[in-house]
Design a protein around this ligand. Structure first.
Ligand code: PA5
Length: 436
């Protein structure tokens, strides 16, 4: 079976290759800290063995819950913010197709509580009018303002529609085992719940019920996702640098960072990966951006953004490197038709698959950007399915943890996120924050 591949040959000319040889030892030392739990934030390493340790019973319970929610709903609303929704949204988008048609079922997954937009949530209520819907509310702390407000609004709407008893059957809460307002409410109302373990942080939680339940609700195979992740977990344990894609990615991005390549743009020529880009940005941004350090994670979908950001990438400030996720095989085939009149002068492409043109755009872009002094890392997966998305998820999670350690920061906390909350609470005169 083919697996995720990494190609760093277009990044090596931008670093000192002699020095890079030291990364073999360096990355293993950092990896050892993850293994023996002596690094920063080592009480948040529950995600590392998750693809292996998650129990068959829990997977069955998740699948059964998803089946029941699908039975009673046309729409499932996922309420959460940051790590509590980005992973599932990324996978669902990558697998659903650009117009949702490919899923071949009627269930629609929508998201709420990722913003405080009055219009968004008003429009959502309008959209949900006269529809059978259910809610999965996800918050590890159980107290995050954005999802808490969205949940309050939606719960009231459900209760008005279905009454309290029926509503309780339409709500699943994923939260801490014992702490937080959401846990208290879930216990009081007897909602079905799943636990976010103490040692798994939000942005590393996609392979726990946080990501798995919404993905299963969307009709996708979570066992395959976990099996792909498990295979990457095994590759990431290889002590041979050349056979370990995680070691290579974490090392090359750190080496580039030391050469002042301080912005990484994750790109793809596949439009379905746009939300995956968002998940990746959160993972790396929240994990690395601290103590005035870190690579700034940016993203683009090509060729779309070649007509917006392309100019900057080619000729702007030279502090950028690019990581492209290349998908070998398309799901469907579509050939460019022949046209006798050839007014558009496209007959040189007649009968060629559209993806052939897309792949040439990909190769041409990589070459142009490398020529323009933008180092390139290429990650290839055979196709967009649960298995390879599982590989990608684990690949980035482990790389991010190692990369954070190389940088000398704790990749599992996010102290900087508190600052805006305090200011907002003071302005809102939240009890306890009035005088801060
Ligand atoms: O990665 C993280 O830990 C954060 O992005 C959280 O997921 C996010 O802040 C939401 O937190 P909570 O699940 O407690 O509502």
């Amino acid at each position: 079976m083919k697996n995720l591949q990494i190609d760093i040959k277009n990044a090596l000319p931008f670093i000192d290759t002699e020095e890079f040889k030291n990364y073999d030892k360096y990355v293993k030392e950092e990896d050892r800290k993850l293994d023996v739990k002596t690094g920063k934030g080592s009480n948040f390493l529950g995600w590392i063995n998750l693809p292996e340790t998650i129990s068959a019973d829990l997977i069955t319970e998740i699948n059964n819950t998803a089946e029941e929610l699908r039975r009673i709903s046309d729409i499932i609303v996922i309420v959460g913010i940051g790590g509590s929704y980005l992973g599932s949204k990324a996978i669902i988008k990558a697998l659903s197709g650009n117009f949702d048609h490919y899923k071949n079922d009627k269930i629609q997954i929508v998201f709420a509580g990722q913003s405080l937009s009055e219009d968004y949530h008003y429009e959502l209520l309008e959209f949900l009018k006269n529809k059978r819907y259910s809610i999965i509310v996800i918050s590890k702390s159980g107290t995050t303002t954005e999802p808490a407000i969205a949940f309050r609004i939606l719960r009231k709407d459900l209760e008005e529609k279905f009454g309290k008893k029926e509503t309780a059957k339409r709500i699943v809460a994923i939260t801490d085992k014992s702490k937080g307002a959401l846990r208290e409410l879930a216990n009081k109302e007897a909602y079905k719940t799943f636990v976010i373990e103490n040692d798994i942080g939000g942005r590393y939680s996609v392979l726990s019920p946080v990501g798995l339940l919404p993905i299963a609700c969307a009709g996708f195979n979570i066992k395959e996702l976990l099996s792909g992740a498990k295979s990457m977990m095994n590759f990431s344990q290889s002590q041979d640098f050349k056979l370990n894609p995680v070691y290579q990615y974490a090392s090359i991005r750190h080496a580039l960072y030391l050469k002042n390549k301080t912005t990484e743009i994750l790109t793809s020529f596949n439009t379905q990966l746009d939300v995956f880009n968002e998940w990746w940005k959160q993972l790396f941004g929240e994990s690395e951006g601290k103590e005035n350090k870190g690579i700034f994670p940016a993203s683009a979908i090509f060729s779309t953004d070649l007509h917006s950001l392309g100019q900057y990438i080619q000729e702007g400030l030279r502090n950028i490197f690019e990581t492209v996720i290349s998908v070998e095989k398309t799901k469907f085939s579509l050939k460019i038709p022949a046209d006798m009149e050839n007014f558009d002068n496209l007959n040189y492409l007649s009968e060629k698959p559209l993806d052939y043109v897309n792949k040439m755009a990909e190769s041409g872009t990589i070459e142009a950007h490398v020529d323009g002094n933008v180092p390139n890392i290429k990650i290839t997966i055979p196709e967009l399915n649960e298995y390879y998305l599982g590989q990608l998820i684990y690949f980035f999670e482990k790389s991010c943890a190692l990369s954070g350690y190389m940088l000398g920061v704790n990749p599992f906390d996010q102290p900087g996120v508190e600052k805006y909350k305090k200011n907002m609470f003071t302005l809102l005169r939240k009890p306890g924050f009035e005088d801060l």
